[in-house]
Design a protein around this ligand. Structure first.
Ligand SMILES: Cc1cc2nc3c(=O)[nH]c(=O)nc-3n(C[C@H](O)[C@H](O)[C@H](O)COP(=O)(O)OP(=O)(O)OC[C@H]3O[C@@H](n4cnc5c(N)ncnc54)[C@H](O)[C@@H]3O)c2cc1C
Length: 500
């Protein structure tokens, strides 16, 4: 179905046309490509990726120890068995994704080094026009597409979030953000401060502690952790019985999802019990008399932020051995040689690592227009956390926080393919979410309820995100266990989607 358009008078570059254009070749974009290939074989599609290869998050994060904190039986795709240890390194995830690309002949569909800058919708043509730059040659490229599938993740890839602390310019050592880790950073024997205690710090600290002189983690407030051996006993037992890997994947996936459901539910129903369990788990891995109250007793309900998994307790082993230590305090200012804390204590360091999170990027920092008018995503209301009112022929994969991201990517992929088939059946070329008459009085709320989930990068940027209503059709529920049944059965003709 591909065709090449004649260049318009004002457009110097001819546009290449695809039925579907996927933005990003991370775990979501490759999922979209797999689904298009198998479920919509008659449609032409291309995946444009700004980086030099596939993998997204797992390609661009290069800090020592980079690994998943979800188990790969659920972070892996539903259709491709995971055969390794549950918590995987970035390289193992990249190898798995590479196999998906090879086994499904997706190579020819992906174009790397294509950085997209604009996306413009024309209602006259029912087409998106996408402008991209080839990052290697600088060539300006144009594409048109009937449907735009945003798989660009949720954070700005070029730069992580670093709060502007006083005195940073005075510090004579290195300040490094894990997202832009210098390949040549020499931390052997050095005194290192890591600011922040989320999943990144929990991964990084044990990975560098052995080589550094000492690592101090400075946190404003404590985080929840859980720990266990990086093995899945059910999978190992089934393997011993020579059960096919497809079965093992499905069984372990279902078991893990069930276990996670129970914990997530319990953290709402009995938060104190879950809190106590988690803290006792940490206490058991630390030396007798360690100040767990100060450093590992969070002030929020479990699951309001993602709970970092510590495989084999490696973070706590680092603390127990004296190679790493925790400080719970606020930063007053950077000094020439380190950090002065509000308590008056001064920590010296050769290197300060700011494991302080992301900058949210709404839809890939691409300038969107609809019929010539700039599109402000925060003016829209989301349809099921994947499409937006007034924005035709566009879907976004935004995964789960409390469950593996990819679980939702798989669900959205099936939904979009079903939607594309439905459009064929109706003989239409445009689908646009729109609030119905009965939605007129619906409260319009922020993208996510801060009482439900409130990590810093979302709180800082909530005003940029699309909004939600209070009905299932008009929100991202963050609830896999509801959406797994809801999405496949969602009525496409319930008038939330206008087909033309
Ligand atoms: C260190 C780290 C660990 C994580 N661990 C987990 C985990 O264990 N479990 C979990 O569920 N989630 C985890 N996450 C969240 C994680 O980001 C997602 O799970 C998942 O990898 C996101 O995949 P994605 O393909 O949607 O987006 P990304 O991985 O962010 O990939 C998006 C791709 O789109 C490309 N792109 C963006 N904008 C443009 C543009 N304008 N033009 C061209 N290309 C563009 C990017 O270059 C990138 O390759 C983690 C995140 C981080 C940072």
């Amino acid at each position: 179905m591909s065709r090449t358009e004649e260049p318009a008078a004002t457009a110097p570059t001819p546009a290449e046309h695809f039925d579907v254009l996927v933005v990003g070749a991370g775990i979501s974009g490759v999922d979209a490509a797999y689904h298009l290939k198998h479920q919509c074989p008659a449609r032409s599609f291309v995946v444009l990726e700004g980086l030099e290869s596939f993998g997204g998050t797992w390609l661009m994060h290069r800090y020592p120890g980079i690994r998943s904190d979800s188990d790969l039986y659920t972070f892996g795709y539903g259709f491709k068995p995971w055969t390794g240890a549950p918590i995987a390194s970035a390289n193992e995830i990249l190898r798995y994704m590479g196999e998906v690309i090879d086994e499904n002949d997706l190579v020819g569909h992906i174009r790397y080094d294509h950085r997209i800058s604009t996306a413009s919708w024309s209602s006259d043509d029912d087409l998106w026009t996408i402008e991209a730059t080839h990052t290697g040659t600088g060539e300006e490229l144009r594409f048109t597409a009937g449907f735009l599938w945003m798989c660009q993740g949720y954070y700005r890839h070029s730069e992580g979030y670093t709060p502007g602390w006083q005195g940073m310019d005075r510090f004579t050592g290195h300040i490094v953000h894990p997202q832009t880790w210098p390949d040549d950073l020499d931390y052997a024997g050095k005194t290192v401060i890591v600011i922040g205690s989320g999943a990144t710090a929990a991964t990084l600290v044990p990975a560098i502690a052995g080589r550094c002189g000492h690592v101090t983690v400075v946190q404003r407030s404590p985080t929840y952790f859980w720990s266990g051996a990086n093995v899945n006993e059910v999978a190992d037992m089934l393997r011993e019985l020579e059960i096919p890997e497809e079965w093992i994947h499905e069984i372990v996936r279902r078991k893990n999802l069930n276990d996670q459901k129970v914990v997530a539910q319990l953290s709402f129903d009995e938060p104190e019990l879950v809190k106590e369990e988690l803290i006792n788990g940490v206490r058991a891995l630390l030396p007798e008399g360690y100040d767990v109250e100060t450093h590992f007793t969070p002030r929020y309900r479990p699951w309001r932020q993602r709970i970092a998994y510590v495989p084999d307790g490696d973070l706590f082993a680092g603390i127990s051995s004296g190679k790493a230590s925790m400080v719970t305090d606020e930063i007053e200012t950077f000094t020439e040689h380190g950090i002065l804390l509000k308590s008056g204590e001064e920590l010296t360091a050769d290197i300060v690592i700011t494991a302080t999170g992301f900058n949210l990027s709404v839809l890939g920092d691409i300038d969107f227009t609809i019929d010539g008018r700039p599109l402000v995503f925060s003016d829209t209301v989301t349809y099921r956390g994947m499409m937006f009112t007034g924005v035709p022929n566009l879907a976004w994969v935004f995964g789960y926080f409390r469950a593996s991201w990819t679980l939702r990517a798989d669900l959205v992929c099936d939904f979009v393919c079903r939607l594309l088939h439905h459009m064929d059946e109706l003989g239409v070329t445009r689908v646009t979410p729109a609030l119905r008459d009965e939605d007129a009085d619906m409260p319009i709320l922020p993208w996510i309820d801060p009482e439900n989930f409130n990590p810093g990068y979302l709180m800082r940027s909530m005003h940029l995100l699309p909004r939600r209503g209070d009905k299932p059709e008009w929100q991202h529920s963050q609830d896999y266990w509801t959406e797994k049944d809801l999405f496949p059965s969602a009525d496409l003709d319930d008038r939330c989607l206008v087909f033309e």
